[in-house]
Design a protein around this ligand. Structure first.
Ligand code: DC
Length: 224
């Protein structure tokens, strides 16, 4: 019998620390890494550039099917959309909000499914997102749901953006994060929910190193 390629899924809301933790764990395990949010964000950039309204599902799906997306193995990676480096734009709140809006459409999610699954290659994959454990890699052997309070998440995001030299307002940021959470949680298609077989880790009072250690604990004792 073929042994499936192992997958560790790390789902959770924005600002929970998923990105940093997933990357670090993938590096330590020597596994591939999928930042599925970056796929939605790249599509959002393509949509905004093409001037397509964010509710025009048919055109967004057509764009998703035709976009040529690649990630380099640098840390952080360069993201190439149709050959152009979009790493500078991908982290903005405008892009994150547009990504969250287009991600609410079932056909858009469907169009991105195979692209995400193609990241599952030996020796293993760490997949970061919202529906990695519930939809994309339902059969994953290791599942984590990483969360933190909305205040802590807004503050972390605030510091990140400030460090990048961006002019941000904590109150507006908190409001935007809550709005994005609501959209991701309440949407009909693949909403942000914890997989039944996931281990919940609340990172509000933990530092990154402590979270990484807990995630390793999950890999040491598989779910399911
Ligand atoms: O993780 P992120 O902030 O880069 O994701 C940006 C948006 O993309 C997020 O608000 C919702 C959407 N997304 C999703 O719907 N499913 C995923 N697996 C990853 C991201």
């Amino acid at each position: 019998m073929n042994t499936p390629i192992p997958v560790l899924t790390i789902d959770g809301p924005s600002g929970s620390g998923k990105g940093t933790v997933s990357r670090a764990v993938a590096q330590k395990l020597g596994w591939h890494f999928l930042d599925s949010g970056a796929i939605y964000r790249s599509l959002a950039i393509a949509v905004l550039r093409a001037g397509i309204p964010v509710e025009n599902v048919d055109e967004i799906v057509a764009l998703a099917e035709n976009m040529n997306l690649s990630f380099t193995t640098d840390d952080p990676p360069e993201v190439l959309l149709n050959g152009q480096d979009i790493a500078g734009e991908i982290g903005s709140e405008t892009c994150g909000n547009a990504a969250s809006r287009i991600a609410a459409f079932g056909p858009v999610r469907q169009a991105l499914l195979e692209k995400q699954r193609s990241f599952r290659r030996p020796p293993g994959l760490v997949a970061d997102g919202r529906d990695m454990g519930t939809v994309v890699f339902q059969d994953a052997g290791y599942k984590v749901f990483l969360t933190a309070s909305a205040e802590v998440r807004a503050l972390r995001r605030y510091k990140q953006l400030k460090d990048k030299g961006l002019d941000v307002n904590l109150i507006n940021l908190t409001r935007e994060i809550e709005e994005r959470d609501r959209r991701d949680l309440e949407r009909k298609e693949a909403p942000l929910v914890m997989a039944k077989d996931a281990v919940r880790i609340d990172s509000s009072d933990l530092d990154i190193q402590q979270v990484i250690e807990r995630v390793f604990g999950v890999v040491a004792s598989p779910t399911g």
